[in-house]
Write a protein that binds this ligand. Structure first.
Ligand SMILES: [Zn+2]
Ligand SMILES: [Zn+2]
Length: 436
């Protein structure tokens, strides 16, 4: 089969003929890949920023069709008797599936809590530990816990199956759109969800001062100047980094704020002008049901954004900051923009060994930090709902407002990695079967 493979030490992707992966463990599935994504985090390995020497198949974003299942699949694996995830009983050859970017067993303590991105037996696709999906076929370990079965509406969120004509719904969503479920859309939804769920944001959400905001049945504490005003409850949020994940986070955040009926002010920040323009086009393309009438959304460079936040908040700073870059200048900006008792949610993949502030800096501002990888499998139902709802943004390829720039033959992988690394193309998908 054809596969894109990384070769050490850096900047060397080759499309090569390699053996088709086989079932190695009874929990495995083999998936025929219909589309695979190229992602910003692929560049960490590409650039040789990690101490890796093993040649391996790249890519952690893919969608495809199940072609082989290990011996642990079948009706005898029903949850009622096996206690295992339902998919071991229901997954069939021919099913259309999308995988999160990491394997997760779906049955350990960590997975059951929903923290699937850190399953102890997990692995990242497209790493030395596990070959990736930028290939014609990919082996999926623990597939019964990992895969999301797009052919089985019973496994989707109840909100979708209750309100939609499921067949029409699936017919109307392209594979290129569904591929966004593998990483960038769940990661965006995760960032927005994590921020809005933070205890320090609850006074704005509930209209009750902290700590009574944490307990709806407790008496409201009046500190002497009355209860929270509408102005007090206005959320001011900064987003740093407007690459594809940042755009997904913005769409998810806007949707969540509209669902909650909350007024907002959002400043979306990137140093790169073409990314800012993309964000503006996406915001224009979002229907009014996805951004409401009750908010202000501006796209700016960092210095301008600092002035905007100072003006909006009387120099207090942002309630929350989403950091979607993964370097120390972005973290420094996040710290500067956050208010005392502010929350920073960081989903950028961090390469630097240190963070750019001290414990004293954090203490002095009562900053809360959330770092880390999205538990993508756990986020799938929410991400899928947003994908269906926001086809005005996520449904297109190659337009001014689409996240996906183009779909190309996988044979162009080497060239596309180079162009993507140099910022000459946006998000690219590989078609492993386009032998034009
Ligand atoms: Zn990715
Ligand atoms: Zn697990």
């Amino acid at each position: 089969m054809l596969a894109a493979r990384w070769h050490p030490p850096s900047y060397d992707i080759r499309v090569e003929n390699v053996p088709v992966p086989q079932i190695e463990d009874p929990d495995d599935a083999v998936v025929k890949v219909t589309l695979a994504g190229l992602c910003g985090s692929d560049l960490h390995i590409y650039r040789g920023q990690q101490p890796i020497t093993k040649v391996h198949i790249t890519g952690h974003e893919f969608i495809g069709e199940v072609v082989k299942l290990g011996s642990n699949y079948g009706p005898n694996a029903a949850r009622s008797t096996s206690g295992r995830p339902n998919l071991y009983a229901t997954l069939s050859v021919g099913d259309k599936v999308v995988a999160p970017f990491t394997v997760n067993c779906g049955e350990c303590h960590v997975c059951r809590l929903g923290y699937t991105g850190r399953c102890p037996v997990g692995a990242l696709f497209g790493s030395p530990k596990l070959d990736g999906g930028q290939a014609q076929y990919v082996r999926v370990p623990k597939a019964g816990g990992t895969l999301y079965n797009l052919s089985s509406p019973a496994s989707w969120s109840s909100a979708l199956t209750a309100t939609s004509d499921v067949e029409t719904l699936l017919e109307n969503i392209s594979d290129s759109s569904l591929l966004l479920l593998s990483d960038i859309l769940p990661t965006g939804v995760f960032a927005a969800t994590q921020l809005l769920a933070h205890p320090k944001v609850q006074p704005m959400l509930t209209g009750r001062s902290w700590p009574s905001s944490l307990n709806p049945s407790s008496p409201t504490i009046d500190l002497g100047s009355g209860l929270l005003t509408q102005e007090d409850r206005l959320l001011t949020i900064a987003m740093i980094g407007l690459g594809p994940v940042g755009v997904c986070a913005a769409v998810a955040l806007l949707d969540a704020l509209v669902q909650k009926g909350l007024p907002y002010r959002i400043v979306a920040i990137d140093i790169n002008q073409s990314r800012r323009e993309k964000m503006e086009k996406v915001y224009e393309a979002i229907g009014s049901d996805g951004k409401g009438q009750n908010g202000e959304f501006v796209v700016q460079g960092l210095e301008e954004a600092k002035e905007t936040v100072a003006k909006w908040t009387g120099d207090v700073g942002c309630t929350g900051v989403l950091e979607v870059v993964g370097n120390n200048s972005a973290l420094t900006a996040a710290y500067d923009l956050a208010r005392p008792f502010g929350v920073i949610t960081s989903v950028g993949v961090h390469a630097p060994k240190n963070v750019p502030f001290t414990g004293q800096d954090l203490y002095n501002k009562n900053i809360s930090f959330d770092f880390g990888r999205c538990p993508a499998r756990a986020m799938f139902p929410m991400a899928f709902e947003l994908l269906v709802k926001r086809q005005d943004v996520f449904g297109k390829v190659g337009t001014e407002s689409s996240l996906i720039d183009r779909v190309v033959d996988i044979k162009q992988a080497s060239e596309m990695y180079r162009a993507f690394d140099q910022g000459q193309v946006g998000k690219v998908l590989f078609d492993p079967w386009d032998q034009a």
